[in-house]
Write a new protein. Structure first.
Length: 431
């Protein structure tokens, strides 16, 4: 793939854009006015309508074939095509949107090709057949483990197994969807029997989402050396968590109603190709930690399988909004805090022959850092509700209240490269 690190676009808003410069080109599904759902690409503050671009004849050959599939109302079929189709479409878009594009005047004159993002509604990028949430953020695992098992925060299997559980695909929702406070059983302090009622300890979790590309046949494992070929792209993911419901229900099989009520994702799929300049070596394991089993070991994955993505979570309360205050940062972390790589997650998920399908979604688990200011949940920040967080304007929080809006952001920075971002993942608690 040609180097695009210094290219600029004739789309003025793309140059210097915090999230969507020419070097990103994430995919999504949108609607505009009364029109139907269709695929598009973010560039600055605009969306390239792939159907309009196809109708105007701007794509040829493999790029046209890829654009036709990506222009549909779901990206599943496009994800299934794999890297060659993504690269063909990306290369064509880079050429078309470059400031020196020979078709610049014609592109600018094409009605409906570029639509203001502010006038469009974003939708789920794909039909998610299955959703699996992992637990690969080791600092989150340690912090939470210390709250419940101070002498044994990490269970013996953690450093051998990329821990995960099957989530609920039906309640995945797009950024901006209101979040209703869930009901469930909770056991109040000093009580012997639980009661049914609204969650009182509602929390967020700062995660990355991983979109599966080409799948595997049932019974066939995906090898660690080719797992990256099965990854289409990434998004932000907020794994809303009802901590009081979770505390009562999680033994012996783990969370159920405490997680299944809602999971919010950001609408834009940042492709594996866009993230290529931000790949990093997987951080070394602490001395004394076991080596991964052979099916999870690959030299290339250890050299370039990690991603350097800055992750941020912010809170905007109703009072802050009324007072004109900006969202308040609660935590700033990085995806390098993953104990396992995404390829290791995919290899482990399929080693038993589990069938992964295009459009399946994996969550990384909460990606906290090791220090205060780097936590990805209120559970960690407040030490299980023991310490309150003070917000601008004097409000305090231990857990989320009605009207609170949680905002996730992600950015990639590297010297010599144009920074790219994921857009926002927002959810407001409605009660």
């Amino acid at each position: 793939m040609s180097d695009s690190s210094h290219r600029r676009s004739w789309v003025a808003s793309a140059n210097g854009h915090a999230d969507f410069p020419l070097q990103n080109l994430p995919l999504g599904v949108f609607s505009h006015g009364g029109t139907g759902l269709r695929g598009g690409v973010a560039i600055g503050e605009l969306i390239v309508d792939l159907r309009a671009a196809l109708a105007a004849g701007f794509f040829q050959g493999p790029a046209a074939q890829a654009a036709e599939v990506a222009s549909r109302d779901q990206l599943n079929d496009f994800f299934a095509l794999g890297a060659a189709a993504r690269q063909a479409l990306r290369t064509a878009l880079l050429q078309l949107l470059d400031e020196n594009s020979p078709q610049r005047d014609l592109l600018q004159a094409t009605t409906g090709l570029l639509l203001p993002m502010s006038e469009c509604t974003m939708h789920m990028p794909a039909r998610v057949g299955d959703y699996t949430d992992f637990y690969v953020g080791i600092h989150h695992a340690l912090n939470v483990g210390k709250l419940f098992r101070p002498d044994n925060p990490l269970l013996p299997n953690y450093k051998y197994v990329p821990i995960g559980y099957h989530g609920r695909a039906s309640t995945l929702c797009i950024s901006g969807t209101p979040i209703r406070r869930p009901n469930g059983q909770t056991l109040a302090p000093g009580q012997e029997a639980p009661a049914l009622g609204p969650c009182k300890r509602l929390d967020y979790e700062l995660e990355l989402g991983v979109w599966i590309g080409p799948g595997n046949a049932q019974g066939d494992a995906i090898g660690i050396d080719c797992a990256a070929k099965h990854i289409a792209g990434f998004c932000l993911l907020n794994d809303w968590s009802a901590r009081d419901i979770q505390a009562w229900e999680y033994q012996p099989l783990g969370p159920f109603l405490s997680k299944s009520f809602a999971t919010t994702i950001s609408p834009w799929v940042v492709t594996a190709e866009a993230l290529e300049p931000f790949r990093s070596p997987q951080p070394s394991r602490p001395e004394g930690d076991p080596l991964p089993l052979p099916y999870l070991s690959d030299q290339n994955d250890q050299l370039r399988g990690a991603l350097d993505i800055e992750l941020e979570v912010l809170l905007l309360t109703e009072r802050m909004k009324t007072q004109g205050l900006a969202p308040h940062r609660l935590g700033l972390s990085n995806s390098l805090n993953m104990y396992w790589t995404v390829a290791q997650m995919v290899a482990h998920h399929s080693v038993n022959g589990c069938k992964l399908q295009a459009g399946d979604l994996l969550g990384t688990g909460t990606l906290s850092g090791p220090q205060a200011g780097q936590f990805g949940s209120l559970l960690e920040m407040t030490e299980g509700g023991k310490q309150s967080v003070t917000l601008p304007g004097g409000e305090t929080r231990t857990f989320l209240e009605n009207g609170d809006e949680v905002i996730l952001r992600a950015r990639c920075h590297r010297e010599g490269q144009v920074s790219i971002g994921f857009g926002e993942c927002r959810g407001r608690v409605t009660g």
